[in-house]
Design a protein around this ligand. Structure first.
Ligand SMILES: NC(=O)C1=CN([C@@H]2O[C@H](COP(=O)(O)OP(=O)(O)OC[C@H]3O[C@@H](n4cnc5c(N)ncnc54)[C@H](OP(=O)(O)O)[C@@H]3O)[C@@H](O)[C@H]2O)C=CC1
Ligand SMILES: O=C1O[C@H](COP(=O)(O)O)[C@@H](O)[C@H](O)[C@H]1O
Length: 505
């Protein structure tokens, strides 16, 4: 765990931020309730994130209590043992202290009995803490099918009588526009928008959070970031493993719903939106909605779908599945800044490497006396993961007596520049934002609607078999047709140049 500032100084740094954002600085006892505590997400992400916040002093002994809730018959110790192996990076003392703050309550997701019991436990803790304005944070680490009934139970039995109640919900938020709107309406009847935190963990990644700073705090980029200078932008997600036993779940969704409609589209918003009036969450989300609403309908000839060979070997995947495990989709933005610039959103499983990045390719140099075209175009690459970095591909003079040019880079690799800084996990940051009441990095209801509006017609066509997935070899780059599409819409690959993340050795 990174050392650095003490819990006291962490609070004061929050205070200055909260003044800027007009968020009240809050203290008082905090109950975090993880619903679906027996599940995969809870053990891999939710509890570890809470543990890291605890170990760093962002949530503190004496003010926090964590309740796990699920149907499974577990004891407090049973839950603690289940998650212990996933809680890493701090001392044994921190670990046992943290575990002592966890209590397990068992109950169903659709009957009052369990939630009454849960409420009783929370209330007893709040009474013992004697806090005047207790805080309740419910984290739904559950399949979305039970969101409506669980939210109804929270609303009926577990609302905080004197302080705030906030609810974090996980994706998928629906399967298309209608189902997402139905879910939004159901939850909207129970909670105000400022109580609902729709999490998209890509918004918690360090370099995704840097996008706005980069674009709007650097004079350098302001005049360049438009159709006059940029030829095309790629937003890419690649994974070097397949569906790993989750084929049954994945087959109902596919790569567009799993990655593109949410994670990559959120990154797209931050790359393409206009400057917000301020950093207030509503101002930022207003701009995201605007750019989403400016996206043209997707054309079939600007889509390539793929499915890796062997995907259907999973017994839970139907033999005739057309579900894409790879997709490349071109988005076109109909506005003054971006008319004519293709945004290529590409995601795939079982590919040759694991990475996520934004690649901004600039236009050719006009009146090119150095024949730069031979070397390749300027590109600005934001490597979201792994090896977080930003690098700018430039044409430079090749060192030596000849006047020859080659491509090189200006490189800001985080591993080099921020050697002793631990980059926080996305979930850690987003849970902390929820505790602070900062909704900037969460998806607003109208944003969600606009996102589904873009992809629903295509998704329905795929579901009806009107767009087919092309088979590709696991461990490859995906279907060659995807590279051909990128080239057709303007992307020019630089041959012979590869950026290698620098190492300390
Ligand atoms: N796992 C991951 O890495 C990620 C998950 N998500 C999302 O997070 C949420 C939770 O995911 P995950 O933890 O993997 O899910 P799980 O399948 O592990 O389910 C979580 C818990 O919910 C209960 N549960 C499971 N199926 C049902 C059902 N059909 N009806 C009622 N309860 C059920 C089980 O608890 P019990 O039986 O004890 O009540 C289970 O332990 C989902 O919305 C998922 O899409 C998002 C990103 C990544
Ligand atoms: O939401 C999801 O994301 C993961 C990839 O997340 P990352 O932070 O490791 O990039 C993906 O594997 C999973 O299919 C998807 O549901």
């Amino acid at each position: 765990m990174s050392g650095g500032s003490s819990p006291r100084s962490r609070r004061s740094s929050f205070n200055s931020l909260s003044r800027d954002l007009e968020l009240p600085s809050e203290q008082g006892c905090l109950s975090v309730i993880v619903l679906g505590a027996s599940g995969d997400l809870a053990k891999k992400k939710t509890f570890p994130a809470l543990f890291h916040l605890f170990a760093q002093g962002f949530i503190q002994s004496g003010e926090v209590h964590i309740f796990g809730y699920a149907r499974s018959n577990l004891s407090d110790d049973g839950l603690r043992e289940r998650i212990r192996g996933y809680l890493k990076g701090a001392s044994e003392e921190h670990l046992s202290d943290f575990l002592q703050h966890i209590k397990y309550v068992s109950g169903s997701y659709d009957s009052g009995e369990g939630f009454e019991k849960l409420n009783k436990e929370i209330s007893e803790y709040e009474k013992s803490n004697k806090s005047e304005s207790p805080r309740r944070l419910f984290y739904l680490a559950l399949p979305p099918s039970v969101y409506p009934s669980v939210c109804k139970m929270i609303r009926t039995y577990c609302m905080n009588p004197s302080g705030w109640t906030r609810v974090i919900v996980e994706k998928p938020f629906g399967k298309d526009l209608d189902s997402a709107e139905e879910l939004s309406a159901q939850l909207g009847e129970l909670f105000d928008e400022n109580q609902l935190y729709r999490i998209d963990h890509y918004l918690g990644k360090e370099l995704v959070q840097n996008l706005l700073v980069l674009r709007f705090a650097n004079r350098l980029f302001l005049p360049l970031w438009n159709r006059d200078n940029i030829d095309n932008i790629q937003i890419v997600f690649r994974e070097d493993f397949g569906t790993d036993g989750r084929g049954g779940y994945f087959d109902q969704y596919g790569i567009i719903r799993d990655i593109i409609q949410n994670h990559l589209l959120q990154v797209f918003c931050l790359v393409a939106m206009e400057k917000p009036v301020s950093l207030k969450p509503e101002h930022i989300r207003d701009e995201k909605v605007k750019v989403l609403q400016s996206v043209n309908p997707i054309k079939h000839d600007e889509v390539v779908l793929g499915q890796y060979e062997g995907y259907k070997d999973d017994p839970t995947v139907p033999d005739d599945s057309n579900t894409p495990t790879f997709a490349s989709v071109v988005l076109r933005v109909h506005n003054e800044r971006w008319e004519g610039v293709p945004f290529i959103l590409k995601a795939g499983k079982a590919l040759s490497s694991r990475k996520a990045e934004v690649r901004v390719q600039f236009k050719d140099v006009p009146g090119d006396i150095f024949k730069c075209k031979r070397q390749g175009r300027n590109e600005f690459v934001i490597r979201l993961q792994p090896s977080e970095a930003m690098y700018m591909k430039l044409t430079v003079k090749k060192p030596g007596l000849e006047m020859a040019t080659e491509q090189s880079e200006l490189d800001l690799s985080y591993g080099m520049r921020y050697q002793n800084v631990k980059i926080p996990e996305a979930y850690e940051r987003l849970i902390l934002d929820t505790i602070r009441g900062d909704q900037q990095h969460f998806v607003r209801r109208d944003e969600l609607k606009a996102a589904w509006q873009i992809f629903t017609p295509l998704l329905h066509d795929i579901d009806e078999g009107k767009v087919k997935s092309i088979p590709y070899q696991p461990g490859s780059r995906g279907p060659k047709e995807a590279d051909e599409l990128s080239e057709r819409v303007g992307y020019m690959q630089t041959h012979g140049y590869i950026w290698i993340p620098p190492t300390l050795a």
